[in-house]
Structures are given as structure tokens and as C-alpha cells.
Design a protein around this ligand. Structure first.
Ligand code: NAI
Length: 343
């Protein structure tokens, strides 16, 4: 265990259930034996009250320094208001990969057992470029931007990941029958990259069919490679296979920085009640530990989480328990085996 090193991490608790799940996860991380120097910042509406900026310059500077963030969800107004903080940060730091592993935890009865899917979503382009325009009253346009550079780098990342982790199959998911140029470009780049990875089977499915195929038989897929919007939607669909949004982690990765956050949003319907499940953020934090070469601590945290799930005594309501967010965090800390420093 590289306990000697203290890792500087930008912490964005977010809003809604964000501060609750973040608090539980930070307590668990601090109990893991790995040393962190947390740089805590607000973002979104809360930040605006304090700094008159949705993403304060101090937050940008902090990520610029640490190259690493753990982030809770931030509410984005619907139909107006400020641009999504996630989209802003992903663009700013060119976090072009959105990585979302979908895997069952033990002890949980879910829609499907033994799911092991990897979602690789392009994270900076597509409909999320935010180029919308009112042509004349009553007529709106929204530009979807797909570039050769963006499509090639995400395809390469997916194939590299698959090679490194022994994954066998990648399916590119698209709608190139209708969006012939934009999704067509995404496919062209994926096909080109696939040629350099002959050991990995490459396939293509149209997004609507892929959704049906996923629900019929998720086991036919291994790794899904998707443009931004399809990846966003399919991630939530796949989260339902393994117990819902309270469980599925995510990582936004670029060449220089990475931000780890759950797939779920700020869940205003359950905020402030100590009932949110912090597992998704905890699993994201475990991905973060692997990213910073703290694999041994990541394994211990994973084992502790799985023990709590196997025992089924301290689970949150979304997965059939009665425990609160804090109590779940305490249970993981109690299950955590922390190696003692040699005397
Ligand atoms: P949501 O993911 O917040 O909630 C959907 C459903 O899942 C709700 O019923 C909620 O209670 C449940 N849920 C979500 N996380 C849970 C957890 N940890 N434990 C137990 N139940 C959980 O999606 P929604 O309602 O569409 O979005 C709410 C807000 O979050 C919006 O403003 C949206 O823009 C924002 N959002 C932010 C994200 C981020 O910051 N990464 C990602 C997705 C949405």
C-alpha cells in the first residue's frame, strides 16, 4: 500500500443527494488507510450564490492542479438556466471518455444476475455541444457535432481498454441509417480502429435494436461503444439490470485529468432524507483508487462493500434494505480491513 503518498483530490459534493453520498464516501476513503488532501468546492446554483459563477475559477484551478476530482451530482435546470456543470467540466478538461462498468454486486437479487458490461461513451461531442438556435419563433435547431478526431480517440480508448482487460467483443451503437454523416463518421472511425485489434470481435447495432437486444439478453454484449447521447441513455437502462442508479459508477477520463462520479443525478425526490445509496459514488471512488495506483486499497474497499451486500443487514431502501446513507457508510468502514503500519 502506498500510504506514504498523500493524494490531492478536488472534491465537488454537488447538491440534492450529492453532499450526503459524498460525505459517506469521503469518510470511507479516509478510513481506508490511503491519505487524501481534499480540495472542496461547490458548483452549480450553490456556487453561484457564493462566487457569482456556476463553476468558480478556484474550482477550475484546483482540477488544473490535482488533475483528479471526485464529484457528486449537480442539478441542471430543465429547458433554460445554466449549462450543465458536467458538460462544462468535461469540455474544459477534454474528458473525452465516459467509462461506466455495469456489474452485479453479490447478495442482491436484480433483473439479471452475472451482468458484466462495459459502457464507453464519447463524452465531449454529439448533441451535448450545446449549439442550439432559434431560427424563427417556433423553429429550433440543435446541432449534433461528430468529428473524426473525437470518434477515433474514443474508439481507440475502448479497444485499448478491451485489449488490456481481456474483453472479447465491442459493439458500436449508432443510428447511421438516418444520421448518415454524423453517426456514419462515428462508425467509419470505429471500423478503422477495429482493424488494429484482430483479437477483439467488432460488431455494430442500431440504437433502437440495441435497446431491445439489451433487455432481451444483455449477455450477448461485452463492451458498448456509443456516441454521447446514446451512451447517456443506455447507461441508465443498463443500470436497471444490476439494481438501479444507486449502484453504477462512472469515470470521465481525459489525457491529463479525470473526474469520478456516479451515473445518477441529484435525486431531488429523496434529497436530505439520509436514504440515498452511496454505493454508486463509492464504486466510482474505487475506480479513482485504481486510476491513482492504489489498487490494493481499491481491492479492500471492494471486498468491504461486497461483504456489506452479502450480509444484507445494512442496505439502503433502493436495494430492499432499511438503512440510511450514513449507516451504510459506517457498515462499510466496519467491514474494512486496514493494514496496520509495521512498528
Ligand atoms: P436522478 O438520477 O437524480 O434520479 C432518478 C431516480 O433514481 C430517482 O427516483 C432517484 O430517487 C433515484 N436515484 C438516483 N440516485 C439514487 C441513489 N444514489 N440512491 C437511491 N436512489 C437514487 O435523475 P433525474 O431525476 O432525472 O435528475 C435530477 C437532476 O440531476 C437533474 O437536474 C439532472 O440534470 C441532474 N443530473 C446530474 C447528473 C450529474 O451531476 N452527474 C447526472 C444526471 C442527472
Amino acid at each position: 500500500m502506498s500510504t506514504a503518498k498523500r493524494h490531492a483530490v478536488t472534491l465537488i459534493p454537488g447538491d440534492g443527494i450529492g453532499p450526503e453520498v459524498t460525505d459517506a464516501v469521503v469518510r470511507i476513503l479516509d478510513a481506508s488507510g490511503v491519505k487524501f488532501a481534499w480540495e472542496r468546492y461547490s458548483a452549480g446554483a450553490e456556487a453561484f450564490e457564493k462566487y457569482e459563477e456556476y463553476v468558480p475559477k478556484e474550482l477550475y484551478e484546483s482540477i488544473g492542479r490535482t488533475k483528479l476530482a471526485l464529484k457528486g451530482p449537480v442539478t441542471t435546470p430543465v429547458g433554460g438556466g445554466f449549462t450543465s456543470i458536467n458538460v462544462t467540466l468535461r469540455k474544459k478538461f477534454e474528458l473525452y471518455v465516459n467509462f461506466r462498468p455495469i456489474k452485479n454486486l453479490p447478495g442482491l437479487e436484480t433483473r439479471y444476475p452475472n451482468v458484466d458490461l462495459i459502457i464507453v461513451r464519447e463524452n465531449t461531442e454529439g448533441e451535448y455541444v450545446g449549439l442550439e438556435h432559434e431560427v424563427v419563433p417556433g423553429v429550433m435547431t440543435s446541432l449534433k457535432v461528430i468529428t473524426e478526431k473525437g470518434s477515433t480517440r474514443i474508439a481507440r480508448w475502448a479497444f485499448d481498454y478491451a485489449r488490456k482487460h481481456g474483453r472479447r467483443k465491442i459493439h458500436a451503437i449508432h443510428k447511421a441509417n438516418i444520421m448518415k454523416l454524423s453517426d456514419g463518421m462515428f462508425l467509419k472511425c470505429a471500423r478503422e480502429i477495429a482493424k488494429s485489434y484482430p483479437e477483439i470481435t467488432y460488431g455494430e447495432h442500431i440504437i433502437d435494436n440495441a435497446c431491445m437486444q439489451l433487455v432481451m439478453n444483455p449477455y450477448q454484449y461485452d463492451t458498448l461503444l456509443l456516441p454521447n447521447l446514446y451512451g447517456d441513455i443506455v447507461s441508465d437502462l443498463c443500470a436497471a439490470f444490476v439494481g438501479g442508479l444507486g449502484l453504477v459508477p462512472g469515470a470521465n477520463i481525459g489525457a491529463d485529468a479525470a473526474i469520478f462520479e456516479a451515473v445518477h443525478g441529484s435525486a431531488p425526490d429523496i434529497a436530505g432524507k439520509d436514504i440515498a445509496n452511496p454505493t454508486a459514488l463509492l464504486q466510482s471512488a474505487i475506480l479513482m483508487l485504481r486510476h491513482i495506483d492504489e489498487a490494493e486499497a481499491a481491492d479492500r474497499l471492494q471486498a468491504a462493500t461486497e461483504q456489506v451486500y452479502r450480509e444484507r443487514k445494512t442496505l439502503t431502501r433502493d436495494v430492499g434494505g432499511t438503512a440510511g446513507t450514513k449507516a451504510f457508510g459506517d457498515a462499510v468502514i466496519a467491514a474494512l480491513e486496514v493494514p496496520q503500519p509495521a512498528r
